[in-house]
Design a protein around this ligand. Sequence first.
Ligand SMILES: [Mg+2]
Length: 381
Amino acid sequence: MIIHIDMDAFFASVEVREHPELEGLPVVVGGPSATRGVVAAANYVARRYGIHSAMPMSQATALCPTLKIMSVNMPLYVSVSRQIHEIFNRYTPDIEPLSLDEAFLDVSGSLRLFGSAAEIARRIKQDVRQELKLVASAGVAPNKFVAKIASDIDKPDGFVVVEEAQVQAFLDPLPIKRIWGVGKKTEQKLLNYGISTIEDIRRQTPRWMQDRFGKNGEQIYQLAHGRDRRRVVPDSRAKSISSETTFVEDISDRNTLSGWLINLTEQVAARLREKELTARTVNIKIRFQDFNTVIRSKSLGESTAQTQKIWQAVKALYDQTLPAGAVEVRLLGVGVSGFEEENQQQGDLFSEDIKYDSLDEVSDRINQRFGKLKIHRGWKK
Ligand SMILES: [Mg+2]
C-alpha cells in the first residue's frame, strides 16, 4: 500500500506556528516586493477570501485588505520538512518526496510491524501534530494515483483510506479533471461527448479513448480504472532533487511565473545544501495548458549549491523555453542533478563564490534558528 502525505497550507502553517498572534487571521507567504509579487502559500482563512497560491500579491490584497503577508523563509521550511521526513523514517525507508511538504511512502514492507497502512498513516498524522504542531492530510491506497487523490479529497486534516476493493467505487463519481492528463482542453472535449465522471470514462473502450485522445487517452483510460504501476522511488537513491508545482488555475502572467520559479529554485537549492551536496546540472520543466511538457537542462560551469548560480541557470532556461506571445502554464518545475559531495569540491578562494556561499550559509542558519528574522535577496527577474 502507498501513503501520500500532504501538509496543509505548509508555508503558511509554519509561519502561523512561529507567530501565534497570526492564529485565526488571513495569512499568506510571499511578496510583498515587486519582484516577489506571488502568493507562495495561503492559509485556510485567506482561502475563504478566494486567495490561492500563485495569485499575484496585488490581487490577494485587493480581495482581503487586512491580509497578513509573511516573507518566504525557505531555510526554515526546509528544516521543518526534514523533521517531517524523520517522522516518515520511523515507519518506512521508502519515501519519495515531491516537494518540501508532500511525499509518497511505500509501506508494504512495514505492515507486519505496524499492523496496516491506515494505522501507519494515522500515526504519522498524530506524530506530526504532537511534535511539530502542524497538520498533515493523508491518503492511503494501493497505488500513487489513488493515494494522491485520497489525500486531497478531504483536506484540511484529511484522512482517507481506499482499500483495493474500494478503488473503483471511490473513483467512479469523481469529476474527470481529477485524472492526471485531463487538462482544460481534454476536459472540455470529454464534456462535449457527455463524459463528466470517471465512471463515464470507464464505460468507454480503450480504443474509443485512443482514437480521440491519442496516447494520453489510453493513459486516462487506465487511470480511470485505478491502474497505476509507478513505483515509489526513495529519495536516498534519487539522482536528482526537484520541486514542482501544479497551479490551481493556468497562469499566463510572466512575472507570476518568474516569481514562482524563484520560489522553486530556493527550495531546491536549500535542499541541496541541507544534504551537503552540490549539483552540476540544472533543469526546468514547463507544462502548458494543452499538456505539452518541455524539459530543458543546462550544465553549470562548476558544481554548486548556491541559490544565485542555480537561479541564473534557471532564468536562462526559462527565457529560452517560454515562447513569445500568450502562454498558459499549468505546471512549473525546477530540478538539479549530477551531484558531488560538498567536501570533494575545490573552492576557489579568490572568486566571488565566497561572498555568495557565505550569504547562503548565513541566511540558512539565521532563518533556521530565528524564524522571525527574514533574510531576503532581491533577485533580478
Ligand atoms: Mg501541501
